[in-house]
Structure formats: C-alpha cells, structure tokens
Design a protein around this ligand. Structure first.
Ligand SMILES: [Zn+2]
Ligand SMILES: [Zn+2]
Length: 236
C-alpha cells in the first residue's frame, strides 16, 4: 500500500512540482518545506506542556478544566504558519494539509509515544458550513495524520448541531459557555472504551476540542487526545 502511495506521489510530483506550503518555492519531492522556512518556522519546542500544547515556558493552563488527556501541536499560529492555515481554510488550498498533517503526526509520535489510538477524527462542521466551504479542514488533517501513524480514520463519531457566533469574537469564558450542546456523539457504541485522537487546525483556548472530548468521554470513550496544526502563543 505504501509503495503505491509513493509511486502515485512521484508521478504527481513529476507533473506538478512540489512547493513549500509556507512560501510557495519549488522544493525537492521528498521535502516538506524549503530550507529557509525550515529554519524560521515558529515551532513549539520541547519540553512541552501536554495539556495546553505550548512549550513549558509558554504554558497557560491554570484554572482550565481539561477533559482530554493531552494536546500537542507542531507550530505556533503566527507568521507563515498563520498564512498557510488561512489559505488552507479560507482559500481552498487543501494541499497544505499534507505538510501540516505530517508535522502533526511527527509531534504525536514524539509526545504521545506508547499510546495506541483506536481512531483518529476531525472536529466536525455543521452541514451548512461544510456546504459553504466544500471541505472540512480538520477531517483532511485527520486523514493525513491517520495515514502517517496508521490510525483508522473515523469521521462520523461526532456531529456539530448548530453554528455559534465566531469563537474569535468572544473572550475565553464566553467561548466555553458558547459551546455547550453544540456537538453530539453519533453512535456511543462505536466509541465505547476507545482511545481517540482528535485533529483540528488551530487551538486558542482549546474550548472546541475540549468540548468534543467531553462529549466523547460522556458517551463512553476511554481517553481522548488532541493534536492541532498550531496553537496561539497567548490566550486572547
Ligand atoms: Zn518556504
Ligand atoms: Zn500548559
């Protein structure tokens, strides 16, 4: 299977040269980003706090109740990473999922070593949002992460029932209250005693993934871990 993926990859690269997801420069087919971006990309460097996903010196988890067992992210949400995620989500540059998903998988491998995941899933969108965007960025990231870590993707674990006012327009306590009852578990039997990895694009206060984790745990999941492509450096 992997050979087939590699071969398809090579053929595609011959037709469409691979470009750095951060700056657009043409890069060798085996690279994830160009050398300049590799050197300057804002990485979350270990040792990390696996509850808020930041480097230990940037940790801000106090007073927050976490339902999930851990959250990690490869990057901070700034500079080229911010642009990359923005183009991915809002301008349909879905090929950016590849570099982001690989970096997420590498971080999961490093920080959650020894944990066996039954499923990997993305944070759901409402059917209305999915229709207007055309794709779910979290699901695409979950596919990339699952492929690299050999975890089965399961995209129908959770549904988002309704849209809430954009999270970034609210402060952190409003965000948490704002999400109650927004997500629901589709089939509790499917997740009973399972260890689940949730993927999302950006974590600011972690409210969204925390709410998803809460719903999965209330419905019988054994443990929930999260990985996002980026975390903000400071809670807003
Ligand atoms: Zn670059
Ligand atoms: Zn922390």
């Amino acid at each position: 299977m992997h050979k087939l993926i590699d071969l398809t990859d090579c053929l595609l690269t011959a037709l469409y040269p691979r470009r750095c997801a951060l700056c657009g420069k043409v890069i060798p087919p085996t690279a994830d980003m160009c050398k300049d971006c590799e050197a300057t990309v804002p990485r979350v460097l270990p040792p990390v706090c696996i509850l808020c996903g930041r480097s230990k010196e940037e940790c801000f988890c106090k007073n927050f109740r976490f339902y999930y067992s851990g959250l990690v992210a490869p990057f901070y949400y700034e500079d080229a990473v911010r642009r990359c995620i923005h183009q991915f989500k809002f301008y349909g540059k879905t090929q950016n999922a590849r570099m982001l998903g690989k970096a997420m998988a590498d971080t999961v491998r490093r920080e959650f070593a020894g944990i066996t995941f039954d499923f990997v899933t993305g944070v759901p969108l409402t059917s209305k949002s999915l229709k207007s965007r055309g794709f779910n960025q979290s699901k695409l990231l979950a596919v990339e992460v699952g492929k690299r870590l050999a975890i089965k993707p399961a995209h129908d674990l959770l549904v988002k029932i309704y849209d809430t006012p954009a999270q970034h327009t609210m402060n952190s306590s409003m965000r948490r209250g704002n999400l109650a009852g927004v997500f629901d578990v589709v089939n509790p039997r499917a997740i009973k005693d399972k260890t689940i990895l949730i993927c999302d694009d950006v974590a600011t206060t972690s409210s969204t993934i925390n709410e998803c984790s809460k719903m999965l745990l209330l419905s019988g999941a054994k443990e929930v871990y999260c990985v996002t492509a980026a975390v903000t450096r400071k809670a807003k």
